[in-house]
Design a protein around this ligand. Structure first.
Ligand SMILES: *Cc1c(COP(=O)(O)O)cnc(C)c1O
Length: 392
């Protein structure tokens, strides 16, 4: 590893040269089935022909022109996102953390413009992850991530996940919003139940709070729905989106209702790179595929198959695996052995995955996988579990 890089990551000793569909290839030509997908980013796998042609086509025309001018591809993408969700206004940025920063600003601005500037505090949930900026770290309040970076940004109050009593007790006259990932990703692939999301919507309406969803990881088809919140039928007022939206090209978006977004008037927010023509062209191409007839039902069917097969593994290897959890193709295997031990074992057999909190092995394959890839992944997991339970 080069000393020229800040040592922020514990990287595997692997470097990939190219990718094709759900596979990655290293310099020696060794093939890996990629069930990490750049941490739920390569939603359509690698080198998807429709995305490659959108990127190349745009690259030859215009990369960047700034938001001093209209960007037609961005207007089209915003309109498509609104048509396919609760949203009526969209702000484009470059990452998940930026989409959340915009969400926090929109929340504060909304109450300020309503004549209640004292309402600025956001209730967040234990086990959350919202990014690595100071505000998003403060929102998630993970002590490990905040270590050495004090003081935290003021304005966030954390309560226990799935505990309505604690949440209600945390609401004060200064509370502005509630922030939740409908499926917690980094925290360990924990799904917020539809009842819980409905109760949150109700409490927000009761107290005049905004409901903010972080769908950076679980959005854009990952759960078999375009957005995860559709499952519960609970629309938010504000939502952060990123990871899967660009299929591997960096892009983020903050989606809001008109009531919230219309207060973000000229000069209130901005981003030099946000909404650039390259990102907009690629994200539109992602939507072409994800919103095409039959695509999301296929994701849901493949996900169900994978879920069932993983349940079988849990039943067969109780010394290695404790449970399956998650939604759609965002699945977690809670481990009895160290999750890193299982990760190393499957990687040695050519299957890539990621870890998550709570000793979970996270599976977030590209949405384009089919039954054959489920078979291949489950066979590798089966072998790895057999080996690990033998040595236990
Ligand atoms: C990855 C992630 C973020 C942060 O996104 P970045 O692009 O790394 O800034 C925020 N929220 C959730 C739920 C995420 O999974």
């Amino acid at each position: 590893m080069s000393d020229a890089l800040m040592p922020t990551y514990a990287r595997a000793e692997l470097a990939f040269e190219r990718g094709q569909g759900p596979y990655l290839f290293d310099a020696e030509g060794r093939r890996y089935l990629d069930f990490a997908a750049g941490i739920a980013v390569n939603s359509l796998g690698h080198a998807h022909p429709h995305l490659v042609s959108a990127l190349n086509g745009q690259a030859e025309k215009l990369w960047h022109c700034s938001n001093l001018y209209r960007i037609p591809e961005g207007e089209r993408l915003a309109e498509r996102l609104c048509a396919a969700s609760f949203a009526e206004r969209v702000f484009f940025c470059n990452s998940g953390a930026e989409a959340l920063e915009c969400s926090f600003k929109a929340v504060r601005r909304y109450h300020d413009q309503q004549g209640a500037p004292e309402r600025y505090r956001i209730v967040t949930l234990s086990g959350a992850f919202h990014g690595r900026t100071l505000a998003t770290l403060s929102a998630a309040a993970n002590p490990k991530h905040l270590e050495g970076f004090a003081p935290a940004v003021d304005g966030f109050d954390q309560v226990a996940f799935d505990n309505m009593n604690e949440l209600r007790a945390a609401i004060t006259p200064e509370t502005a919003a509630v922030l939740i990932e409908p499926v917690q990703g980094e925290g360990g692939i924990r799904v917020a139940s539809p009842e819980y999301l409905r109760a949150l919507r109700q409490v927000c309406d009761e107290f005049g709070l905004l409901l903010v969803f972080d769908e950076v990881q679980c959005g854009v088809g990952r759960t078999g729905r375009f957005f995860a919140y559709e499952e519960a039928g609970v629309p938010p007022d504000v939502m952060a989106v990123a990871k899967g939206l660009g299929g591997g090209f960096p892009v983020g978006a903050c989606l809001t209702t008109a009531a919230v977004g219309d207060f973000m008037t000229g000069g209130s927010h901005g981003s030099t790179f946000g909404g650039n023509p390259l990102a907009m062209a690629v994200a539109n191409a992602v939507l072409d595929v994800v919103l095409a007839d039959g695509f999301l039902p296929h994701v849901a069917a493949t996900a169900e198959l994978l879920h069932t097969r993983l349940e079988e593994l849990v039943a067969r290897y109780p010394a290695v695996l404790a449970e399956v959890r998650g939604a759609g193709l965002l699945l977690g295997l809670r481990c009895q052995v160290a999750n890193t031990e299982l990760l190393d074992a499957i990687r040695a057999e050519g299957l890539l995955a990621a870890t998550a909190g709570d000793n979970v092995l996270r599976l977030a394959p590209p949405l384009i996988i089919d039954e054959s890839h489920v078979d291949e992944a489950v066979e590798i997991l089966d072998r790895a579990c057999a080996r690990l339970s033998g040595s236990n």
